[in-house]
Design a protein around this ligand. Sequence first.
Ligand code: AMP
Length: 360
Amino acid sequence: MKIGILGGGQLARMLALAGYPLGQTFSVLDPGVNVCSAAVAEQLQGDYVDQKLLAQLAEQTDVVSYEFENVPATAVAFLAGKVPVYPPQLALATAQDRLKEKTLFRELGINTPAFAAVNSLEELAQAMPQIGWPAVIKTRSEGYDGKGQAVLHQADDLASAWQALAGVPALVEAFVPFEREFSIIAVRGTTGEVVCYPLTENTHRNGTLRLSIARPGDAMQARAVEYAERILGRLNYVGVLTLELFQAGDSLLANEFAPRVHNSGHWTQDGAITCQFENHLRAISGLPLGATDTIGHAAMVNLIGDIPAIETVLANRHAHLHLYGKTERPGRKVGHINICAPSEQQMKVELGLLLALVDS
Ligand code: AMP
């Protein structure tokens, strides 16, 4: 089976690496040169909305997926007329607009922070009494890794925040004083079969994911699964979906979802029976899904900007290095390290050493 992917970054690369053992081959569409997936997938080089290239991709492949949610909706609509595209267009359109996304959560009875759509500074000021302080303003579309958002503490902040967003349609929502941030990686197959991984606890630095720890057996698991299942069912979803959550006391609030494999699920490559990449491919290819149980105690540390000495990383027998074939540059995700240890205690110790190494 040949799989097409819109985007040739590290997620496409890791999808291809997981798909070869299943007998799959890959073709990506990406405008870039020296893309991460180059060594493992054919590339059609050009714009995502180039209909000639999209038609060629559809012709060459049996099913198409995408590795980022800002892929133009028109490209996916065009492809969907020629070849199955998963996750479905409705999921992409919902994830591309924070208002649609939060409205879906509300309709499905999924707890989410109070929110309001705002299209002008006046509307923002009018919404504040209902939202309360502090609040977060976010662009409705094209925000990622904390970009396109600001925290509002007082009435004086409104005008400058609105200006910084350049007046684009936005969403203002209550600031959640969360204790923990989680994500749940859920997978739905073409038959409606659903499997979920154990919750992942995530820590960000400067808006970018730094650390993920698998939390099998967490008390919030059942509620997170229930949330994910509602979304998957409503969207008639196929593939991996990542739901990001805040835990504040007893409540679990949905922040957003990504219609794709996710950085917070990278630990599954070494810490789960079937990794998120393989399960995404199984789902979109109409194959049975694989078990999501953990193997040992797993965590993942992102390599942002620099790659430490490989020998030092691998001196830990429970560490697995995953490099993306990128050159080092400040702020750039260049790889990650998974730790998968036989006990929780050992994982914690090894993780501490690894974080010190990565920060040195
Ligand atoms: P997002 O782009 O929505 O994923 O937001 C990026 C990060 O900003 C999240 O991972 C949180 O750490 C933080 N954040 C976003 N929304 C809120 C909120 N309503 N309350 C508190 N922190 C938030």
